[in-house]
Design a protein around this ligand. Sequence first.
Ligand SMILES: [Zn+2]
Length: 507
Amino acid sequence: MSAQAVSSQDQSGSKALPPLPNVDKYAMIVTRFAPNPDFVLHLGSIRAIILSHDYARTYNGRFLLRFDDTDPRLKKSALEYYDLIREDVRWLECQWDAEYIASDRILVYYEHAEKVLRSGDAYICTCTPDNFRLSINAGRACPDRSKSAEQNLADWAKMLNGGFGEGEAVLRIKTDLSHPNPAVRDWPALRIIDPVKYPHPRVGSKYRVWPLFNFAAAIDDHLLGVSHVIRGKEHLTNAPRTEYLYKALGWEIQEYVHYGRLKTTDIKLSKSLMVKEIEEGLVEGYSDPRLPTLAALRRRGYVPSALRKIVYEMGPRPVDATLSWDNVNATNRKEIDKIAHRYSFIANPIIITVSGVEQTYDAHLPLHPERKDLPDRIFKVVPKNGTANLLISSQDIDLLRKSKVVRLMELFNVEIQSVENNSIEAAFHSQDYMKAREVKAPLVNWLPSENNMIGEVVMPDASRTKGPVETNIRQEKVGSIIQMVRFGFGRIDSLNAERVTVYYAHR
Ligand SMILES: [Zn+2]
């Protein structure tokens, strides 16, 4: 395995990832993504998933999905999220090679807890949290630290059989008491959670002692053969904790790649805030368009290739990265502009009455401007007594007020005569596009006044914009990503013969 292997492979078609450290030490590169199934995934998760997956693929290694569900009290998982997270990870095109669920592995954690108790590398601490903090902050051992292994194993049995209640005992890993970071000193590894008050969604009230994230993740990373842990800088203090545990177990520490923080300007990535907004009914659920969840992005027409480009741009670098909706939208626009079929949606329509139309016109509009192989969308405009009634968006009213002549896209040029708030009078000017260019006539999107479908666009703020949509959109299906001409990109959320609902992505 060599560094060259990396630069030649690049899934995103943009930047390549720098090589991982010390790959030669490992027979196989194994990475993992370890979400807590207490909510769906969001933009803040994509870096860990995509980097871990793509590095594993780059080195022909393995990528593991590990559900970290060992806190039924404060970070309680819910059954629905296991599947929703699987769906999110699959959507990102990060198929995993094996899946593990921490709550299936409680006895494995117990086994290793007993091992370190027996070897004297851990102890059962029965101090109150305040008393423990006072001693440890001063670099002093708590009275429990000098107990014999026999006494510790007896106390461990009491933790398991109910002799201690919630909060009365915790298993601590012995570290250097003078470690510069007090949070590392004799860190807690397993604790009691009242199994009746806080049943686990998968294993119910079967266990009363639960490992903390650090302990379970460290044990599994070794046992599952993880070679490279790729995660955010906020986990930096977990590495020295793991080192003490591994030393006690005689295990070698794996490689860590800690990337920088993700700063956001206008994207709210707080999981607890999102959960709160859902609970309070401020948003309609995890796929509400106002949320930066992957489910919401997927629903609105963001594509995994765009998110992958964003991740490759940030890479695994330790410097902090900044993300804004403008970045995300610009990257996504480049991806979907190539594939999105074009349709006419007239937001808040008004009628424009055009006089002097002496013949029937067939307007040919492309399904995609760069795909001449695709059939055009054709609109027939049949005047009655020299007058044609068409629909344009009331958003274009200001444009019409300012312009003498406008071009109705791919149809003809009209001279504006009067603009009222709910009706516009115009006269046929000319057909030729060159004429429109000569007088610098702006382009205006339109539809015939009859035989359209009912359209509704759910905007990023969850408001709904209504208007007619051309019936050609019936050839699409739910999930199609489209461009509503001069309005914006979006994804079809529901569709039948009369009605279409589109979730808006961006302009
Ligand atoms: Zn103690």
